[in-house]
Design a protein around this ligand. Structure first.
Ligand code: NAI
Length: 366
């Protein structure tokens, strides 16, 4: 049953995000060149972690003129559509978005907003750095990246009930999408100083579909001889992520495997509150945390905003604000090293706002 207080909390949190935006806009000198970026606060803890992230970007001195758009379960309930057309138009116009998590009904109901966004805007590369922050359990030494194909595989939406009691899902794999995601992974490895790309596949069983992706990746690998290509069956990749994650370098993989391996990666570096993500296409990019709406803690003001802040750091790099990205990244590391102001799920007592206020203070001091 729906929590009756939820809608007003959601509206209040959305107003909070807009208030931050309005205060920021009021500070602009009239001729200042701000980045125009779409902000989708989303559902559940989304508006809370979005407001915290806006505060931190402001503390880093980045000029952003937010175009706040609403999407998600609450919007669907209020307007009948979870992803209003204005949201897509806004992202197409500004070409960059920061997005909080959006809820998806399980089993029935509307198609996932995330999948719709990724497919409609052809955001084919989902990039998720799995990197430990200091003193965050269970592992302090992880540094690898997952590049997940975002537009096809079992998420292509080709599902049907062929007969009562018999359901079928089609895993779509094309040479075009397999090649472009492999190109992206090799290019990413080169730009970020990584020596190895590992393709995680199941071509020993799915000989046709995963076999095609593997062949396409091998062909791309031949064009990048300076980067080593390692081939690994996806179940072995899961084990290697636990035992020796850094040996994998950049893992490139299809949609479902990437989804599952990302959460495994999150588990290695402290949980879902820590992993950042970017959905990148040729025209637009949407930056979002790996975690969901966390309905169990939504509205309590205790969510950890680290993952969305780290996603915003990736966004700053993408828009050429690398100095600010670097400052926020270093301040985050310092905050975790000091362990004075942390949120509850990793043993602290701070609220979301206290966490971001401390991070703003550290950013300002760097
Ligand atoms: P979830 O990530 O929302 O929550 C799993 C657990 O992690 C919960 O105990 C939650 O409290 C905790 N958690 C997550 N983020 C946290 C944070 N920032 N700080 C502290 N604790 C945090 O996953 P769940 O419950 O499977 O999904 C809930 C909803 O979110 C579903 O409707 C799902 O479809 C949606 N979802 C949306 C995503 C997106 O928009 N990118 C991604 C994943 C799920």
């Amino acid at each position: 049953m729906r929590n009756p207080g939820y809608q007003s909390r959601w509206l209040a949190a959305r107003d909070d995000a807009e208030r931050v935006e309005t205060q920021r806009s009021a500070c602009y000198p009239p001729f200042c060149m701000a980045h125009r970026i779409t902000l989708i606060p989303g559902d559940g803890i989304g508006p809370e972690v979005s407001a915290a992230t806006q505060d931190v970007l402001r503390a880093a001195g980045v000029e952003i003129d937010w175009d706040v758009q609403t999407a998600g379960l609450e919007v669907a309930r209020l307007t009948g559509t979870p992803l209003p057309i204005a949201v897509l138009a806004s992202i197409r116009q500004h070409r960059v978005a920061l997005k909080g998590p959006c809820g998806t009904p399980i089993g029935g109901g509307f198609k996932s907003i995330n999948v719709t966004l990724r497919q409609t805007l052809d955001l084919y590369a989902n990039v998720r750095p799995i990197k430990s922050l200091p003193k965050v359990d269970p592992r302090f030494d992880v540094d690898m990246v997952i590049v997940r194909e975002n537009t096809e595989g079992l998420y292509a939406g080709l599902e049907l009930m062929i007969l009562p009691g018999i359901a079928q899902s089609i895993k779509l794999t094309t040479e075009r999408c397999s090649t472009r995601i492999a190109e992206f992974a090799f290019d990413y490895a080169k730009r970020h100083g990584r020596a190895r790309v590992t393709i995680a596949h199941k071509a020993n069983i799915l000989k046709v579909s995963d076999g095609l992706a593997l062949e396409a990746t091998r062909a791309v690998g031949k064009r990048h001889p300076e980067i080593e290509l390692r081939e690994m069956i996806v179940d072995a990749t899961a084990m290697t992520m636990v035992r020796d994650p850094n040996s994998l370098g950049v893992v490139v993989t299809e949609n479902l495997y990437g989804d599952i391996l990302s959460d495994l990666g999150a588990g290695l570096v402290g949980g879902l509150g820590f992993v950042a993500g970017a959905n990148i296409g040729d025209d637009c990019a949407v930056f979002e945390a790996v975690h969901g709406t966390a309905p169990d803690i939504a509205g309590k003001g205790i969510a950890n905003p680290t993952a969305l802040i780290a996603s915003a750091v990736m966004m700053l790099d993408h828009i050429g604000e690398s100095a600010a990205a670097d400052r926020i990244g270093r301040a985050l590391i310092r905050q975790y090293e000091e362990r004075k102001v942390l949120t509850g799920e990793i043993g602290g007592t701070a609220t979301t706002k206290e966490f971001s206020a401390e991070l703003c203070r550290l950013v300002a001091g760097l």
